[in-house]
Design a protein around this ligand. Structure first.
Ligand code: UDP
Ligand code: MN
Length: 224
């Protein structure tokens, strides 16, 4: 059984790092794996290898020709399809998928006691579940079914800023929406709530917590 996240770009790798660190901080006993695509830089991949148990390379476009063709006309589905890839991780009997823009606030290993498919309601679409955190049982049969369904019906998105995944208390924060904690300040608007800012600060603390500087540079060091 393992926690799984996904990063298809170097910036989402920053998020994935925080997912793994926050899970470890709260003493998870499960494996932590990340799926990455080939365009992720080697530097980011090495950084992920230092914090994840397993870094799994997946290809956005490695599916059958039928899917390939359909995807060419629906490029926005590429990431969605990559996320569905977690159902191919059949070396695990059960997985908890966490978006790379989540921050774990306590031990959430009890999520593995839940069955496929468990998830929290979406704050913008309460009659739908939010796909930022969910419990699944990897299965190639389910994977094919989901790929077919996604091709036929596509997907749609909510647009809230923060999503708390909790059973009674706050356990996981999901920074959903276009602005992420690692987004540049020019992308931020002044409308972000106090809670959003507080959790973004916590996110940065986690991101920087184990980072050792690659170069120690002191402009005023003697003898230079
Ligand atoms: N993702 C990614 N690269 C992208 C977009 C998304 O790797 O360019 C992954 C990442 O794990 C991310 C998840 O897909 O957390 C879902 O996207 P996002 O969190 O941006 O959507 P939101 O939760 O804001 O709807
Ligand atoms: Mn998300």
């Amino acid at each position: 059984m393992a926690f799984v996240t996904l990063a298809t770009t170097d910036s989402y790798c920053m998020g994935a790092t925080v997912v793994a660190r926050s899970l470890r901080r709260h003493g998870t006993t499960r494996g932590i794996v990340v799926m990455v695509t080939p365009n992720v830089s080697q530097q980011s991949r090495l950084a992920l290898e230092s914090v994840f148990d397993e870094v799994i390379m997946v290809d956005v476009m490695d599916s059958e020709d039928r899917l390939h063709l359909a995807l060419l006309g629906r490029p926005e589905l590429g990431i969605t399809f990559t996320k569905i890839h977690c159902w191919t991780l059949t070396q695990y009997s059960k997985c908890v998928f966490l978006d790379a823009d989540t921050l774990v606030l306590c031990n959430v290993d009890e999520l593995f006691e839940r069955d496929e498919l468990s998830a929290a309601p979406d704050p913008g679409w309460p009659d739908c579940f939010n796909s930022g955190v969910f419990v699944l049982r990897p299965s190639l049969h389910t994977h094919t079914g989901l790929m077919d369904h996604a091709l036929q019906h596509g997907s749609f998105d909510g647009n809230a800023r923060l999503h708390y995944v909790s059973q009674g208390r706050l356990e996981i924060v999901h920074f959903l929406g276009p602005v992420k904690p690692w987004s540049s300040s020019s992308q931020r608007d002044d409308g972000s709530s106090h809670a959003t800012e507080q959790f973004a600060t916590l996110w940065w603390k986690e991101y920087l917590s184990h980072t050792t500087p690659l170069v120690c540079y002191s402009p005023s060091s003697p003898g230079q």
